[in-house]
Design a protein around this ligand. Structure first.
Ligand code: NDP
Length: 332
């Protein structure tokens, strides 16, 4: 008897980029949705893309992997077509910062992309589509897409902060000399920017609190800056920004969202419903649990004064980003 599930549609933007090159193969292999879930990949290229030949080569390689779960593979230049009936959308493509570009210019260039993609998702995606924004500035890009997709539930949208959580867990495991899998309840609050608050105040190792095992100086002088500046350190060392680790975090995010986290915490940036004083609609990194395809911030945590102040700094930064792109948000 054939026990395979019905294929699901997975749309990916920026497929010819360096994250795309790691991500597509892992989605097609079953790492994201499970070894019994066939997938149809729908790749969105930029209309004016100069990397069509590279994408063609990547698609040839995907074919050559002969993945048993890959039931369809097509490229599109129209987002409405790429997103048609999509069950999952990973929005990776974004305008990189060019030399001399101000942050406001970067925000605006990306805002245009995410207005168009939000509208396209609204027009053609499955009403249950799960959207993950990876392209930076990912929190604000996700907020723009969400606001431009009024017929989809806000909580269908999310942004990637799992890489920050994974980086934090790896640093902690190294310090404590344990396995990463022994660690839980590490959270990264706020914006995917150096302002983010990597927080171990609730963290456990083999179920025991880590609090007494770490000194404040290590946390303040090493752990927090290493996690917050890891992207820059990778860029300096590799001569290119994090790609395989970002793709891996995107796989983790979608897998846990779709298949459920159980009792474990995972950091996702999701539209706030007012949790922890974060204004409604702000796409903010919270420790979440997922069940039945729904992600919810862990409720009723006793937040210290110090963490509250760090959360407020992130709220202020995201409010400034929202102000810079307000022309791209529908007025209601
Ligand atoms: P690349 O530059 O390698 O690829 C970017 C892709 O985006 C290219 O395929 C490019 O298309 C496409 N793109 C560029 N401009 C536009 C546009 N105006 N509209 C639509 N697509 C466009 O980047 P990476 O793959 O390394 O990174 C992708 C994004 O992910 C970046 O924004 C990066 O900052 C972000 N990122 C986020 C992380 C997170 O944790 N949230 C971690 C790491 C990266 P073309 O080939 O046609 O130029």
């Amino acid at each position: 008897m054939d026990t395979m599930k019905k294929p699901v549609r997975v749309a990916v933007t920026g497929p010819a980029g360096q994250i795309g090159y790691s991500l597509l193969f892992r989605i097609a292999s079953g790492a994201m949705l499970g070894a019994d879930q066939p997938v149809e990949l729908r790749l969105l290229e930029r209309a004016e893309s100069a990397s069509s030949a590279r994408l063609t080569g990547t698609m040839m390689e995907l074919e050559d992997c002969a993945f048993p779960l890959l039931e369809g593979l097509s490229a599109f230049r129209d987002p409405v077509e790429a997103f048609r009936d999509a069950d999952y959308a990973l929005l990776v493509g974004a305008r990189p910062r060019a030399p001399g570009m101000e942050r406001a210019d970067l925000l605006e260039a990306n805002a245009r992309i995410f207005v168009e993609q939000g509208r396209a998702l609204n027009a053609s995606a499955s009403r249950d589509v799960k959207v993950l924004v990876v392209g930076n500035p990912c929190n604000t890009n996700a907020m723009i897409a969400m606001k431009n997709a009024p017929e989809l539930a806000a909580r269908n949208f999310s942004a990637l902060m799992r890489l920050d959580q994974n980086r934090a867990e790896a640093q902690l495991a190294k310090k404590l000399g344990c396995r990463v899998a022994d660690i839980d309840r590490v959270a990264v609050w706020g914006n995917h920017s150096p302002t983010m608050a990597a927080d171990v105040s609730f963290a456990t190792v083999k179920g025991e609190p880590v609090a007494g095992k770490l000194d404040a100086a290590w946390l303040h002088d090493e752990f927090e800056p290493v996690v917050a500046k890891r992207g820059g350190a990778i860029l300096a060392a590799r001569g290119a920004s994090s790609a395989a680790s970002a793709a891996s975090a995107a796989i983790d995010h979608m897998r846990d969202w779709a298949l459920g986290s159980g009792e474990r915490w995972l950091t996702m940036a999701v539209p706030s419903e007012g949790e922890y004083g974060v204004p409604e609609g702000m796409v903010f990194g919270f420790p979440c649990r997922t069940e039945g395809g729904v992600a919810r911030p862990v409720a009723d945590l006793a937040i210290s004064e110090a963490l509250r102040a760090r959360i407020e700094r992130n709220v202020a930064e995201l409010a400034l980003e929202a102000e810079a792109v307000k022309a791209f948000l529908p007025k209601h």
